[in-house]
Design a protein around this ligand. Structure first.
Ligand SMILES: C[S@@+](CC[C@H](N)C(=O)[O-])C[C@H]1O[C@@H](n2cnc3c(N)ncnc32)[C@H](O)[C@@H]1O
Length: 286
């Protein structure tokens, strides 16, 4: 039997352009995009950053390559066999994502410091290992809101591995409803919820914003701006009066666009936190 063949779009760029190109690759349907630069184990190319975007099929990869246009230095490559898909596990180490929560891969040991809360799980191929600033920024806002004691239920839209909901549940929030359009992510979140003992407190659903018709005083969505802006009405409608909306997956350059979209939905901007080129935004509904 022949081995599976996975298409990759490889982009060579400089640090100033990297985040914008990463966003474009995600919008073109990349399943995941690995960033290689001076700080990663596998270094970036001669221009400083190499983005490696994986696609589920060749046609989609070719379309993404064409969308990038001739001004972007990009090429199509294939990897054969699927052992590489789990290669990231070698590099995923325990990661402190908030002042008290440490994400610990299920297969590693970690000696907690006093006061540490451990999230021991295996996200599989779902987004949400705690390594990306969009996750840590959102997790810190979710933690702060949970600790305020004002909320009973988190709606986690675009839950990926379930990491944001798990942070809230770990801090004692009574319940969460989470959705993702990616079935594999939801399956992984279901398994991890069971492993963490949260199965009774989280309702995980495959689907987009329609899959969660409920409203709540606490809503989080770490999804790229390209989804959050056109769906502002649907996302904002889930926030109860007096409630809080945490948005992440946003580049600092997109701040005004997000502000305009959510202020138009009757929300006020209450806080912005940033790391590198990424920001998370907290909106309140009066
Ligand atoms: C950046 S990841 C965030 C995962 C996790 N919440 C975290 O903070 O690490 C975004 C997730 O949103 C999902 N997604 C994208 N568009 C969506 C939509 N319209 N409705 C629900 N989920 C969506 C993707 O499949 C992906 O798992």
């Amino acid at each position: 039997m022949s081995e599976p063949n996975f298409p990759l779009v490889i982009v060579e760029t400089d640090p100033a352009e990297a985040d914008a190109l990463l966003g474009r690759l995600s919008m073109s349907g990349a399943e995941c995009v690995e960033t290689r630069d001076a700080t990663t184990l596998t270094k970036g190319g001669p221009r400083g950053v190499t983005l490696v975007a994986s696609f589920s099929d060749e046609a989609l990869a070719r379309e993404a390559l064409a969308d990038l246009g001739p001004s972007v230095e990009a090429r199509l490559e294939f990897v054969v066999g699927d052992a590489w898909r789990d290669g990231w596990k070698e590099h995923w180490k325990p990661t402190r994502i908030t002042s008290s929560v440490v994400v610990v891969p299920s297969w590693t040991e970690y000696e907690p410091l006093p006061g540490d809360l451990l999230l021991r799980f295996d996200p599989g191929r779902a987004f949400g290992t705690g390594q990306h600033p969009s996750t840590t920024l959102a997790a810190q806002m979710v933690e702060r809101q949970t600790l305020s004691g004002r909320h009973k239920l988190l709606l986690d839209l675009g839950c990926g591995s379930g990491i944001l909901a798990f942070v809230a549940l770990l801090h004692g929030l009574p319940g969460a409803i989470a959705c993702d359009i990616d079935q594999e992510s939801v399956e992984s979140a279901v398994e991890n919820a069971a492993m963490l003992g949260f199965a009774e407190r989280i309702d995980l659903r495959v689907g987009g914003f329609d899959a969660v018709p409920e409203t709540s005083s606490l809503v989080a969505a770490n999804i790229e701006a390209g989804v959050l802006v056109p769906n502002a009405a649907a996302v904002a409608s889930k926030v109860a009066p007096g409630g809080v909306l945490i948005l992440s997956g946003i580049l600092a350059t997109q701040r005004a666009m997000l502000t305009d979209a959510y202020v138009a939905q009757g929300m006020t901007l209450a806080d912005v936190a940033g790391e590198g080129d990424w920001i998370a935004m907290e909106f309140h509904r009066p």
